[in-house]
Every structure is written in structure tokens, then in C-alpha cells.
Write a protein that binds this ligand. Structure first.
Ligand SMILES: Nc1nc2c(ncn2[C@@H]2O[C@H](COP(=O)(O)OP(=O)(O)O)[C@@H](O)[C@H]2O)c(=O)[nH]1
Ligand SMILES: [Mg+2]
Ligand SMILES: [Zn+2]
Length: 306
């Protein structure tokens, strides 16, 4: 039978099947259909399972079914990708106005990774009880102009939470963002009781570690889709993108690509560059371009060593 992974800690996975939840281990050391990575399975993954007839509620995971998409981060310590969530209908990038400070550079990077996976993305500004700076308002307006949805809410005051729940209900979505922006608080505001569940799981399987350092899917009451809370990320390294590909992941660059004087153009300093012309004309936000060129150089630097 098949099922959906809800969470996994220390190689124990909860898989929801038509016949109820199963606490599973992997059959064999390497899972069928899985490339080498930090974690073979993440919440949202669909798997083939075999219930253990001698132990009701337990089972084995035989293979991972093909992923529709996934959202990963680069694990610096282990130097490999770490999947945070799989098979998403929507990526929810959570940010906050003031504590931690609004960081558009983080959002730009997260958006590049989302574009690379072709993920629909919602930018969620939590803690809207805090004041947004003019700069932040300006950047958010730019994201909206580029057709990304921006929603304001507060997990503490409850503002905007009902609308958010209505919008997300039935979808599989992941909350991704820096530590402290309020992902776990949002999860709890959207689903009463989820915090308690994280606490219980941590106590039982995670050696009593109470900070969320694993992803967890909380299904909607209908059973259709759910929300995946992910561990906080301090820095976001873009990976798996060749420098020349980067411009294609910036939607506002699209009308100008192919129109530069040089057929091979980095859009950083070349004369006759159509992207630079658009930047000068004010048709591309200077911060967005600045982050592009920083990221380009960073990717180039990384490529030199591979
Ligand atoms: N002022 C304010 N604080 C919030 C809000 N949502 C969460 N917080 C606080 O922000 C801190 C971090 O929240 P948490 O959910 O653990 O963030 P996470 O690391 O993204 O999971 C906690 O002290 C929360 O009480 C909000 O809407 N407004
Ligand atoms: Mg958390
Ligand atoms: Zn150019």
C-alpha cells in the first residue's frame, strides 16, 4: 500500500495510509528510488509501505514514489542538499517586519530556489503587529508587481489568520523562513494543538530536544493536504544553479534576455546589456539586481572549485 510521510526523526517515520498511521522504519540501508542525500525522505513524500502483521501500527517503507517537486536547502556541514518538504502545492515564505529584521536578500534567494523548482510561492509577513519600514513596504510592493502573492498576518493577535487558513486549506504547503519569524506559532494558530504534538514527538523520538529541528506535516481536518513546519534556516545558499541560468530565475529579467549586445552576457557590466538598461530606466528594482549580481559571483566562485 502507499502512504504519505508526516514526519521522520532518527530514521523512524510516521506514514499516513488509508488504513491509518503506521510507524515505519526503512527496509534496507538504501531506499529504492532515492539518490544519496542528507535525508532520504521528508514530510509530503509518498511511499510504498508494508504493514508488519505481527505488530499492529508498525511497518516498513519499501520505496519512495516519484516526487512532483521538493524544497531543499544546502546542508553546509554535510555538503549535500537536505530536503525540507516534498510534493508541495504552495511554498509559504515566512518573514517578519522587525524581529528578526526583514531581510529581502533572504527572500530573493529563497525565491530563486522556488523558481528553480517551479513552485508557486506566497510571501507571508507574520508579526504584522510590528511596524514595517518604508524599505520593507517598497520591497513587498515590488514582489507583488512581479506577481508573487503577499499576505500580512499575526500568529499572536490572530489578524489575517482566518483568511490564510481559508486560502491554504486542502493544499500541501510548507512554511519556510529564518528562525524566529514565527513558523511554529503560525502552525499552531492554523491548527490548534500542533505545538503540543511537536513537543510530544521531540520528547519521545528526538532525545528531548525541543527546538524544531525536523519538518512535520500537520494534515488539514479534511485529510486533504496539510501544512509542513520546517526548521529555521539562518543562511540560505543557492545551489544547483549554473551562473548563466540565474537570470532565467528572475522573472523581471525575462523581457530583456536575448536582447543584450553580446550573446553571452552576465548582465553585470557588459556594454549594450538590455538588463542594465532596464535597471537604469528604473524598470528593475536596484536591490533585486544587486542581489542578482552578488549571487552570480558567488555561484561563479563555487563553480570554480567543482
Ligand atoms: N509580536 C509577535 N510575535 C510573534 C508572532 N508570531 C510569533 N511570535 C513570537 O516570535 C517568537 C518565535 O516564534 P516561533 O514560532 O518559535 O518561530 P520559528 O522559529 O519561525 O518557528 C516567539 O517568541 C513567538 O511568540 C506575531 O505575530 N507577533
Ligand atoms: Mg519553529
Ligand atoms: Zn545583459
Amino acid at each position: 500500500m502507499t502512504g504519505v510521510v508526516y514526519w521522520g526523526v532518527n530514521n523512524i517515520f510516521e506514514v499516513q495510509t488509508n488504513a491509518g498511521p503506521l510507524e515505519c522504519r526503512l527496509k534496507g540501508k538504501v531506499l529504492k528510488g532515492v539518490e544519496e542525500s542528507y535525508n532520504p525522505l521528508s514530510p509530503g513524500d509518498r511511499v510504498e509501505v508494508e504493514p508488519d502483521l505481527g505488530h499492529p501500527g508498525k511497518g516498513m517503507i519499501l520505496s519512495r514514489l516519484e516526487r512532483r517537486n521538493s524544497y531543499s536547502r544546502w546542508n553546509k556541514k554535510r555538503q549535500c542538499p537536505q530536503t525540507l518538504a516534498a510534493n508541495l502545492d504552495l511554498l509559504v515564505l515566512v518573514t517578519s517586519p522587525d524581529s528578526p529584521p526583514f531581510r529581502p536578500r533572504f527572500l530573493d534567494r529563497a525565491l530563486v530556489m522556488a523558481q528553480r523548482e517551479g513552485l508557486a510561492t506566497l510571501i507571508l509577513v507574520n508579526k504584522c503587529d510590528q511596524k514595517l519600514s518604508e524599505d520593507a513596504e517598497d520591497r513587498l510592493a515590488t514582489y507583488q508587481d512581479l506577481d508573487w502573492d503577499v499576505h500580512l498576518c499575526s500568529a499572536v493577535t490572530g489578524q489575517g489568520i482566518d483568511e490564510l487558513r481559508e486560502h491554504l486549506d486542502g493544499l500541501t504547503c510548507a512554511l519556510v523562513g529564518q528562525s524566529g519569524v514565527g513558523k511554529s506559532s503560525l502552525m499552531n494558530a492554523l491548527h490548534q494543538g500542533s505545538r503540543q504534538r511537536v513537543g510530544e514527538l521531540s520528547a519521545k523520538y528526538n532525545r528531548g530536544n525541543h527546538t524544531t529541528n525536523f519538518s512535520l506535516l500537520e494534515p488539514w481536518p479534511s485529510g486533504e493536504g496539510g501544512i509542513i513546519d520546517t526548521p529555521g534556516v539562518r543562511e540560505l545558499e543557492v545551489y544547483g544553479v549554473e551562473p548563466p541560468q540565474l537570470a532565467f530565475l528572475y522573472p523581471e529579467f525575462q523581457p530583456y534576455l536575448g536582447q543584450c549586445a553580446f550573446s553571452v552576457c552576465t548582465h553585470i557590466r557588459e556594454p549594450g546589456c538590455a538588463v542594465l538598461k532596464a535597471l537604469e530606466a528604473g524598470d528593475i528594482h536596484p536591490d533585486r539586481w544587486d542581489n542578482y549580481q552578488k549571487l552570480y559571483l558567488e555561484l561563479q566562485e563555487a563553480a570554480r572549485w567543482t
